[in-house]
Structures are given as structure tokens and as C-alpha cells.
Design a protein around this ligand. Structure first.
Ligand code: SF4
Length: 281
């Protein structure tokens, strides 16, 4: 078994935003804390059996800060020696909460797809027509840096933001990594956003526009996540983006992740390209 040391646990479907091209939509209710801990134990066992000493669980959603037991789960993962990280839209995040995560979370990823309220409204990246402001983002990034947590900024590039330039944002927030995703369609999840697709050439040009940050940009064109993004949905199912679908390979409530992964067509080259540049923390 290759060293697949990052597991993305999509702990909730709930989100305060309603992005038109959202990839983070799954079936099922939020797990109870006991059910979630069982999943964490299963992941810990997979890391142990494969002698993975730098295993990381990335909490995602939906919006993971809406999962009511998130902090307990972060503590629990830490107690098992597992590094944790989180990807959030940041809207509900506060400096106090970030400080409470000091020493427990290695990376906070904040997704920012636009700084224009008009574009954010078109994307659905807003709550009651309000989206996170640059001032709020700066406040959050300051707290993240003060707590010695790595900051990552994720941006999905589509027809709705292709003409924007994020350089000023990146200079202000000083992220350690920037992840740029070419918007892609998942069958049955976000097909209605086909009209917002961009070509690979357009995506490359967007990346080039930000070449000042080349050393910290991880570009994810369409297809890069196929067979390389290991995810568990709120129901505990292991799923893989496979041929434009979310394919299910088993449920961690009834099967061990170690056994499930023996039958999953993972692409280690794509996995390594993404996470080696991201760093091992
Ligand atoms: S913020 Fe993320 S999880 Fe929420 S709707 Fe947008 S893409 Fe989906």
C-alpha cells in the first residue's frame, strides 16, 4: 500500500452558503459524536497498519464549523496522535475559535472564490446576500499566523471569477499555500453549473496571472482530483471522484478503511503531486 496519508472527512452536509457548483454535497445526516469517533478510530487503525506516522485528517463539509461536535473531534484526533486540518468558508470563524485550535490544527484552509459581492451573490457564496469581507479575512489570517497555523487559500476558478485578480488578497493574507481548482462537474452533484465551465487554457491563464505566487500555488485542473482525493462522507462511506462520479467503495461503520482501500483504484502520482507540494504538516 502506498502512503496515502491525508483523509478528508466530510463531517456535515450543512452549509451557510449555497455555491452553485458546490462539490461538497453528500447524502446523509451528521454523525453523532460516538459515530464520528468510531470513524476516527477506523482511520487511526488504517494509519497504524500502514505505518503512516504523519497521517492527517482534514475536516471538510459542507461547512465543518457547523458540525456541533467539531472541537471534540479535533481533540479526539489529537489524542490519537493524528494531525488535523480544516477547510472552511471562514464566515463563522472567529479569532477566539482559531486561538482555541492553537497546537491542535496544523492547517486552516479558507475558500475564497471572489472578493466582489456581485460575483459572490452569483456564485451563491453568501448568506442572506452577505459574504466574508477582506477585513474579516485579514483578521482571521492574522490570528492564524499568530497561532503558528499554516494558512491555505482555496479558489475554484469558473466563468464567474475568471477575470478577477487575487494578487492583492494573497499579498494581504500571506498564505503558505494557494490551491486553484478548475471548476469541474460531478454527475448528479453540480451538473447545473455546466454553463460556468472554463477550458484548461483559460485555467492555465488564470494561474499565469498569479505567477508571482507560483512557488506556493498548487494548480488542480479538471481530473486532478480523480482517484486521488480520499474522502469519507457524513454517513461514513468511503468515496472517490472516479470518472466524473462519486463512487462508493464501502462504509467505515461496518468495514475497516485498511480493507476498503485494498480495492480502491488510487492514483499515487496525482496524490503525491498535490500533497508533496502542500507539505507534510
Ligand atoms: S462554501 Fe463550500 S460547502 Fe458551502 S456551498 Fe460553497 S462550495 Fe459548498
Amino acid at each position: 500500500m502506498k502512503k496515502f496519508n491525508v483523509i478528508n472527512y466530510h463531517i456535515t452536509n450543512k452549509c451557510n452558503y449555497h455555491c452553485t457548483y458546490c462539490f461538497g454535497k453528500f447524502k446523509g445526516q451528521d454523525p453523532s459524536i460516538d459515530e464520528a469517533k468510531k470513524i476516527i478510530n477506523n482511520i487511526a487503525s488504517y494509519f497504524r497498519k500502514n505505518k503512516i506516522n504523519d497521517g492527517r485528517i482534514n475536516f471538510a463539509g459542507g461547512e465543518p464549523t457547523l458540525y456541533k461536535h467539531l472541537d471534540e473531534l479535533i481533540d479526539y484526533s489529537n489524542s490519537l496522535g493524528i494531525t488535523t486540518s480544516i477547510i472552511t468558508n471562514g464566515y463563522l470563524l472567529t479569532p477566539e475559535r482559531i486561538r482555541s485550535w492553537k497546537g491542535k490544527i496544523s492547517i486552516i484552509g479558507i475558500s475564497v472564490d471572489s472578493l466582489s459581492s456581485d460575483s459572490n451573490n452569483k456564485i451563491g457564496r453568501c448568506y442572506l446576500n452577505n459574504s466574508i469581507s477582506l477585513t474579516q479575512l485579514k483578521e482571521l489570517s492574522n490570528s492564524i499566523h499568530e497561532c503558528n497555523i499554516d494558512l491555505k487559500i482555496n479558489t475554484v476558478v469558473s466563468k464567474l471569477n475568471i477575470n478577477e485578480n487575487f494578487s492583492e488578497l494573497y499579498r494581504a493574507l500571506k498564505p503558505k499555500k494557494i490551491k486553484l481548482f478548475q471548476m469541474h462537474l460531478i454527475d448528479g452533484i453540480n451538473n447545473k453549473s455546466k454553463k460556468y465551465e472554463i477550458t484548461k487554457k483559460e485555467f492555465d491563464e488564470f494561474c499565469k496571472k498569479h505567477q508571482e505566487f507560483e512557488s506556493i500555488i498548487i494548480a488542480e485542473p479538471c481530473g486532478s482530483m480523480e482517484n486521488s482525493y480520499l474522502m469519507i462522507n457524513p454517513e461514513g462511506e468511503f468515496q472517490l471522484n472516479n470518472n466524473g462520479n462519486y463512487k462508493t467503495f464501502g462504509n467505515l461503520n461496518t468495514n475497516s478503511l485498511y480493507e476498503i482501500l485494498k480495492n480502491v483504484p488510487l492514483d499515487s502520482n496525482k496524490f503525491n503531486l498535490r500533497y508533496l507540494k502542500e507539505g507534510s504538516r
